[in-house]
Design a protein around this ligand. Structure first.
Ligand SMILES: CC(=O)SCCNC(=O)CCNC(=O)[C@H](O)C(C)(C)COP(=O)(O)OP(=O)(O)OC[C@H]1O[C@@H](n2cnc3c(N)ncnc32)[C@H](O)[C@@H]1OP(=O)(O)O
Length: 437
């Protein structure tokens, strides 16, 4: 395979370094300049010292590896210095719940930017190809990202594996949930979430297919310790849910959008419930807050129990179903072997991979129990031919292979094989990912 970095070798050099969180430590300045370049790439404001320090401390906790691409030699007078990367890229390792409680360590890709004056020179291609190869060499079977645009990452073998949607919920008199509360809700100082949020999330991570273990930033945002500008967000409030035994099993943090904003709206900042009762009781609470007409949530599940718990499901005004988690299988037999399949079945899969990392023909055999057998089936007639990106899409059960066959993406060589794949890849509850990165 041609080296994707080849055409840029003379022009640029690549540096890979760990995030350094302490301003007094060597390497902090390079990391701070790197964060400024990311802000530039996403059209955000220049960051002040407080933002940089908080952000890099969180990055260090997550053990993020930062990549910067730098121009070789000198740069023209008055332009950004050669110490400012023209491209950024970061990774961290977190676990992905792949159904039935199984966790798969994954390479999370984030902060991908290329400065406008250097775009379309193959810099992204060089960075991502090198990174996916090195993650595979490290023994990882999966990479993941959330994408700014839908047209970028399919060519690198990423497929959409979960979705989310924005909702507005009418909190007026027609907001009524079926059933009775099964616990209690108490309002708390949001600062408690610094401690509580990771503990509750840890339970969700164990229970929810599609969930990705969270980065440090989440508890800071949920507790209002850091807002978009790096300063504490004092508008954040929070409520906690306790089950019938008094154990804490869920929280919601939220902010009022202000009296000038009509209808009067409470915006959910973070909503994590480890039990069905906790989820519904926290919604009961949100729907009962006086003076509030509407509750908004930008990260709601598409298959949402709330819709079925409401006496009037039209209280939910849903818009904008979006792709959320994109997966990239790095090692097909390892990824298939890692999953648990709830039904028995046998499928020969012919997987194509444009980057040459995970292609081949494999037979997947499951007896519906805990273990599945995956072995090389080179030469066998495939039941399904598909791109590695499409295998990633069906991997968490959130995208139907039948639909992908209808779209001409999966080639069903044996009639009925796509439906069998749909049944095999099903998970115990709809995949949803509450972690953006
Ligand atoms: C995980 C995340 O962080 S998602 C965030 C991604 N970043 C952004 O959206 C910030 C703004 N955009 C950018 O910084 C850049 O345009 C990037 C990072 C998207 C692309 O970087 P570049 O170095 O220009 O990409 P590169 O030249 O390597 O292109 C690789 C291929 O992707 C294609 N491509 C790149 N960007 C896009 C795009 N936005 N839409 C469609 N195709 C694209 C190129 O045409 C090229 O195709 P080919 O190799 O098949 O001919």
């Amino acid at each position: 395979m041609a080296d994707p970095n080849e055409r840029n070798l003379e022009k640029y050099s690549v540096q890979r370094f760990p995030a350094v969180g302490n301003p007094d430590d060597a390497g902090y300045g390079r990391c701070a300049t790197w964060v400024q370049a990311v802000s530039h790439g996403f059209h955000q404001q220049r960051r002040d010292d407080e933002y940089l320090a908080k952000t890099l401390a969180a990055y260090q906790t997550d053990q993020r590896q930062l990549t910067g691409v730098y121009v070789n030699g000198s740069v023209p007078d008055h332009s950004l210095g050669a110490d400012v990367p023209v491209a950024t890229y970061a990774t961290m390792r977190k676990t992905l719940n792949i159904g039935f409680g199984r966790q798969l360590e994954s390479n999370l890709v984030t902060a991908v930017t290329v400065r406008g004056t250097h775009r379309r020179n193959g810099i992204l291609r060089g960075m991502i190809t090198a990174d996916l190869e090195s993650a595979k060499d490290d023994g990882l079977a999966m990479a993941a990202l959330t994408a700014s645009e839908g047209s970028i990452y399919g060519r690198f073998g990423f497929g959409v594996a979960t979705f989310e949607r924005s909702i507005k919920v009418d909190a007026g008199p027609r907001f009524r949930l079926r059933g009775e509360p099964e616990g209690t809700v108490e309002v708390a100082d949001p600062a408690v979430l610094l401690d509580v949020a990771p503990k509750v999330f840890e339970r969700v991570q164990r229970l929810s297919p599609g969930s990705i273990d969270r980065q440090e930033y989440y508890r800071l945002v949920a507790s209002g310790s850091i807002g978009h500008d790096g300063k504490p967000d004092t508008s954040v409030r929070c409520a906690l849910h306790y089950d019938l035994s008094g154990a804490l099993d869920g929280y919601v943090s939220y902010r009022f959008k202000g009296w000038e904003h009509k209808p009067y709206t409470m915006e959910i900042v973070d909503f994590v419930a480890a039990t069905n009762a906790g989820y519904l009781d926290l919604w009961r609470f949100l729907g009962s807050i006086d003076l509030i007409d509407e509750i908004t949530w930008a990260e709601a599940p598409v298959d949402d129990p709330l819709a079925w718990a409401l006496e009037d499901p039209r209280c939910i005004d849903a818009s904008e179903i979006r792709d959320m988690l994109w997966l990239r299988i790095l090692d097909t037999p390892a990824a298939l072997q890692a999953r648990r399949y709830a039904t028995a079945g046998r499928l020969v899969l012919d997987v194509a991979d444009p980057l040459g990392l995970a292609g081949g023909t494999w037979v997947l055999e499951s007896d519906g129990g805990a273990a599945a057998v995956v072995r090389d089936a080179a030469g066998e007639t495939p039941d399904l031919s598909l791109d590695v990106a499409d295998l990633a899409s069906i991997y968490l059960g959130a995208v139907s292979p039948v639909t992908l066959a209808a779209a001409g993406r999966i080639n069903e060589k044996r009639p009925g094989a796509a439906l069998e794949a749909q049944q095999l890849f099903a998970v115990e509850r709809s995949a949803h990912c509450l972690t953006h990165f």
